[in-house]
Design a protein around this ligand. Structure first.
Ligand code: FES
Length: 410
């Protein structure tokens, strides 16, 4: 890996004292890279990456004029346009997120929102809307544009045509790890770009919560839509080289940081990962996904929507309640982070029932408990995260005897 100039490194560490203390103790523990140990304790434990991001077919980015330091932890609560775009396009399989490209200093959202919006598909296809507002969001022309489906798993023009972008998650109000590790990386990338004189070829922007705070620093590359994680500022030179001229997996250690690719299904991401790292453990693609081909027993589960509608569905034993929600199109179960305990958008309620008592489920782990703090409409003793609740025969029995799983409003 090429390295940052020592003076650059010193200057960035000086500007980000939090990062200095973290970085000094950094140890790399990717299964695919050689471990480097220090004599110091490790405040960061690099976690194995899931190699699959939440499956969507494209990514829409709204350019906000508000710097990330003013972003609240849940942007959708402050931006009705972002909230409607996320809700409306979810059904079309489009993920929506916000970025800041350094233009604008507004501290708050305006009443009449209108932002530049760009949509990227993993084969390099893209669309730009100069001023996306609520009217354009529901226009037939935009909805028909978004019907596009990628023709390939990879960007076709991979040989350096067009501007490359690096989107770094610095959403510190959502989780301080994202700004503690993302901010210095932004600085290091920008300085490296200037040092190489490639300002016209590579741009660095900041992006809101991408899921997986524990893997920070997280970045998304455009136009490939690859997500890379577990990064530090010292990866800046390798990242710039990578986006300017993508290298085959065998020639770049950066591929060990590949976490997944937006716009692809889990199976397609598994294919990409197999090409990147043929020796990979294919079962690591998604936590909780059982091996294929095994016929599993089914049980009947009862859900009640926030509006009171009862939904009775068949569910495979061994899957989880988020999977069941998605398979049956149950409202309000989004699962943005793909079951990685990073979003709380799979929140639901498991209240005690007068006829069948408490739901037969284990206590939440500390991690689930932490994430439940972000659940909208949290109810003590009832709120749980669907991605963490396995479907069991006992849960089927509980529903049979009167237990009903509640769905939240959002
Ligand atoms: S899907 Fe994100 S926490 Fe459950």
């Amino acid at each position: 890996m090429s390295s940052l100039l020592p003076s650059t490194l010193r200057a960035i560490r000086h500007r980000h004292p939090t990062f200095t203390s973290i970085h000094r103790h950094t140890r790399y523990t990717h299964s695919t890279s050689t471990a480097k140990h220090t004599a110091q304790p490790d405040p960061i434990e690099w976690l194995p990456l899931p190699r699959s991001v939440s499956p969507r077919k494209a990514l829409m980015l709204l350019s906000l004029p508000i710097p990330p330091k003013h972003w609240p932890s849940h942007l959708e609560m402050a931006s009705p346009l972002l909230a409607s775009a996320s809700a409306q396009l979810k059904g079309k399989g489009i993920a929506v997120n916000a970025i800041y490209d350094g233009i604008g200093t507004q501290p708050t959202f305006e009443k009449e929102e209108s932002y530049e919006a760009r949509v990227f598909w993993p084969d390099g296809h893209s669309r730009v809307y100069d001023k996306l507002d609520s009217r354009i969001l529901s226009s037939d022309s935009l909805l028909s544009d978004l019907e596009y489906t990628s023709k390939s798993l990879d960007v076709m023009d991979s040989e350096g045509k067009g501007v490359r972008e690096i989107l770094v998650c610095t959403h510190g109000s959502r989780d301080c790890r994202c700004s503690d590790r993302g901010d210095p990386l932004v600085d290091a990338l920008r300085e490296e770009i200037v040092r190489r004189g490639v300002e016209e070829k590579v741009k660095v922007r900041e992006i809101a919560h991408v899921g997986g705070h524990k893997y920070a620093a997280n970045i998304i590359l455009l136009p490939s839509l690859d997500m890379l994680s577990n990064l530090t500022l010292e990866h800046a030179p390798s990242i710039i080289s990578h986006v300017l001229s993508p290298t085959p997996p065998t020639q770049s250690k950066l591929w060990a940081h590949w976490r997944g690719r937006y716009g692809l299904t889990e199976e397609e991401q598994a294919q990409v990962w197999e090409r990147i790292n043929p020796d990979n453990d294919k079962t690591a693609v998604r936590q909780g996904t059982p091996a294929g081909g095994i016929e599993r027993e089914e049980v009947e589960l009862k859900f009640k929507t926030f509006e009171g509608e009862l939904k009775v569905v068949r569910a495979k034993v061994g899957s989880n309640l988020l999977d069941v929600g998605k398979e049956n199109d149950l409202p309000s179960l989004e699962g943005v982070c793909g079951g990685n305990l990073e979003c709380a958008t799979c929140h639901l309620y498991l209240p005690s029932s007068p006829s069948s008592g408490s739901a037969p489920i284990s206590e939440p782990t500390e991690e689930e408990d932490d994430m439940l703090g972000y659940a909208l409409g949290y109810r003590d003793g009832e709120s749980r995260l669907g991605c963490q609740i396995p479907v069991t025969k006992e849960l089927g029995e509980w529903c049979k005897n009167g237990g009903v799983i509640g769905l939240p409003r959002f």
